[in-house]
Design a protein around this ligand. Structure first.
Ligand SMILES: O=C(O)CCC(=O)C(=O)O
Ligand SMILES: [Fe+2]
Length: 363
């Protein structure tokens, strides 16, 4: 361990308070995992216990041909079971995906002082936040991850306030993804008997945020997690992962050809693909028909990994509840109405703990 960081509190100050991040710690030279990062055995990720999701990614361009209905079925089925699927021919240029991964490496490759200006306590913009782990002040064991979050309000503010190392590509990614997001929502909502118009779309994804995650190399991936078990809070998450791998999803109920209840399956990197997952808000709106997926990320000892999620969700002022069309069919409602801002506060105020976040809206 680097001199001066051998007790937990100076390490915490160095990584979290001073904004050096996990990357700053790893750059000092580590041969073992510092104690604050050692996960309890039940949270560690045993690679040998997981299977790989071998199914072919869904080809979104087939929506425009004779296979339209088949593709719709595949998307609905994935949303109802694993809550995760991969898309190719999604309309986001593949060279943009490459530039995004480069931009993530560029941003995190900067000296700590350059990144630390975006720590939430000092950030020059309310839209931008750099941090590490999820809720470090409350976590028993920290997550091996640094991140930058960029909230979208409009193009001009994004181009002014997001960090210059990544603002252009991140904005282009967000904008070129939206046609795909709209089509996915049309399919998923259409299947529930809900026709979408602009107002309804805005209610579902009025808030958008692009994150860049950086997972530095770890001396012992068996002891740590990149991200602990959690579901995403919003409607749909669009995720770009690089070629390293390590993203795992939990099978909630047995799914033929995918896995048994309780098993973890790896979502393998597919060149040019985007990963889509269902968030809590969509599970609530669909009265539980679509499943927000419990997922987590393993660390790696070979090369640092980056991922770039777009989180879409209702706006904080939005009230969300199971849609009347679904409740009528189901004959009952499994979730209460919540103000999404309250849901968010509860989500960000607690450590990652699987799908516990949904209990906030459970009846
Ligand atoms: O890095 C990944 O593959 C997933 C990250 C994730 O789950 C998140 O940022 O919510
Ligand atoms: Fe996630």
């Amino acid at each position: 361990m680097a001199p001066g960081l051998d007790d937990g509190s100076s390490l915490f100050n160095f990584v979290v308070r001073d904004g050096n991040g996990v990357k700053g710690m790893v750059d000092l030279g580590l041969s073992t995992v510092p104690k604050p990062y050692v996960q309890p055995p039940k949270e560690r990720i045993d690679k040998r216990m997981a299977t790989r999701h071998e199914g072919a990614p869904i080809d979104l361009s087939r929506l425009d041909g004779p296979d339209h209905d088949e593709v719709v079925k595949e998307i609905v089925m994935a949303a109802e079971t694993l809550g995760f699927f991969q898309l190719v021919n999604h309309g986001v240029p593949v060279d943009l995906l490459e530039s995004l991964k480069d931009a993530a490496h560029d941003f995190f490759g900067q000296p700590s002082e350059k990144k630390a200006v975006y720590r939430k306590e000092v950030s020059p913009s309310p839209l931008v936040k750099y941090g590490t782990s999820f809720v470090p002040e409350k976590e028993k064991a920290l997550e091996w991850k640094d991140y930058i979050s960029m909230i979208y309000t409009n193009d001009a503010e994004a181009l002014q306030q997001w960090p210059k190392e990544c603002r252009e590509v991140a904005l282009e990614y967000l904008k070129t993804s939206m046609t795909m997001v709209r089509r996915l929502l049309e399919i998923l909502m259409g299947n529930l008997g809900v026709e979408l118009d602009d107002t309804k779309i805005d209610g579902l994804i009025g808030m958008k945020m692009v994150n860049m995650n950086f997972y530095p190399t770890c001396p012992d991936p068996d002891l740590t997690v990149g991200v602990g078990r959690h579901s995403d809070m919003g409607t749909l998450t669009i995720l770009l992962q690089d070629g390293i791998g390590g993203l795992y999803v939990k099978v909630a109920e047995e799914i033929a050809n995918i896995g048994k209840k309780g098993e973890w399956v790896e979502i393998p990197p597919v060149p040019g693909a985007l990963v889509i997952n269902i968030g809590d808000a969509l599970q609530i709106l669909s009265n539980g028909k679509y499943k927000s997926a419990e997922h987590r990320v393993r660390t790696t000892s070979t090369k640092s990994r980056v991922s770039v999620p777009i989180f879409t969700s209702p706006r904080p002022s939005e009230k969300i509840a199971p849609l009347p069309q679904v409740v009528e069919k189901d004959g009952m409602t499994y979730y209460r109405e919540v103000i999404f801002g309250d849901y968010m506060r509860n989500f960000f105020g607690n450590v990652h703990d699987g799908k516990k976040s949904l209990e906030f809206a459970q009846i």
